[in-house]
Structure formats: C-alpha cells, structure tokens
Design a protein around this ligand. Structure first.
Ligand SMILES: [Fe+2]
Length: 170
C-alpha cells in the first residue's frame, strides 16, 4: 500500500514536471506572437517566470524523493493538443481562442496539484505537499486572471476586427 502510493506520487510528480515544460512552451509561443494585447502579454510573461519556478520546485521534490530527472517521462504527446491549439494557432480569432485554451490548461494544472497535494498527504511527504500548495496558488491566480479578463480581451478583439487594415488576431 505504502509502496504503491509512493510510486503513484512519483509518477504524478513526473507528469506535473512534463506538464509545466509544456506550459512554458505554450506560454512562450503565445507571448512571442501577441502584439496588440499588452496586458494579456504581460500576465503571460509573468506566468512564464512562475512556471520556471514551479519546474524548479518539482525538480527539488523529485530529487528529495530519489527520482532522477533523466527518467522523467515525456508527457508531451498527451498534452500536444494543447500546445498546438495555442502555440501554432493561426486562426483569425487567435487571441480569444488562446486565452480560452490558457484558462483550460490552468484548470488542468489546478486539478493536477489538487490530486498531488492529496497524494503527498496520504504518504506523509509534507515537503512535497508544501511545494504543491505553493504552486497551486499561482495556477489559481492565473486561471482567475484569464477568466476575469476574457470579456475585455474579447471586446478588444471585436473592436479591432471591425477596423479595416488593423490586425485583430494577436
Ligand atoms: Fe500555470
């Protein structure tokens, strides 16, 4: 029982690490493309920094638990759809779809850390629990910001889209 729970926690920490690597790629692609939505871009840039810090915290958890980084498995394939949906997006309403996809991804992260916190509690790994509790605060803040600002992003996009010769999508 204890062994199995610890093995699961290790797997989920590896998954979370891969998820944050995917998040960094996705957010970086978004930030590089955005030109006309400075508030959204600034919040994304802030979250890129937070995401790198989260990767370091997860690295520390894995190291403390004796898990080598070299065997961190690649979850990239599973999350590729998100990355493509956001990073490679070239739809005419890219900024709106990107903000929506970002919100969805943050909620996936929130669910992952909620589960990780419960797993860390179950095996008595208080350091991992504390790290995940620190991370989830940042994910909830990012999700809340995106939802709160989705109306103004949408309205700014609609206003730009109606002006001839003005780029609206990014
Ligand atoms: Fe996040």
């Amino acid at each position: 029982m204890t062994t199995t729970a610890n093995d699961n926690l290790n797997d989920w920490l590896r998954d979370a690490h891969a998820m944050e690597q995917q998040a960094e790629k996705m957010l970086t692609a978004q930030a590089e493309r955005l030109e006309h939505y400075p508030a959204l871009r600034a919040r994304i840039v802030q979250h890129i920094e937070e995401t790198r810090g989260q990767q370091r915290l997860l690295d520390e958890c894995l190291t403390r638990r004796g898990i080598s980084n070299s065997i961190v498995k690649d979850l990239g394939g599973k999350l590729m759809a998100f990355g493509q949906a956001v990073g490679g997006m070239t739809t005419s309403d890219e900024v709106v779809k990107g903000a929506m996809a970002g919100y969805v991804f943050e909620n996936l992260e929130i669910a992952s850390y909620t589960s990780l916190i419960a797993a860390a509690q179950a095996v008595g790994d208080t350091a991992t629990q504390a790290a995940c509790e620190q991370i989830i605060v940042q994910e909830k803040a990012m999700a809340a910001w995106l939802l709160e600002h989705l109306p103004e992003v949408t309205q700014a996009f609609l206003a730009r889209a109606e002006q001839p010769g003005v780029t609206a999508k990014v």
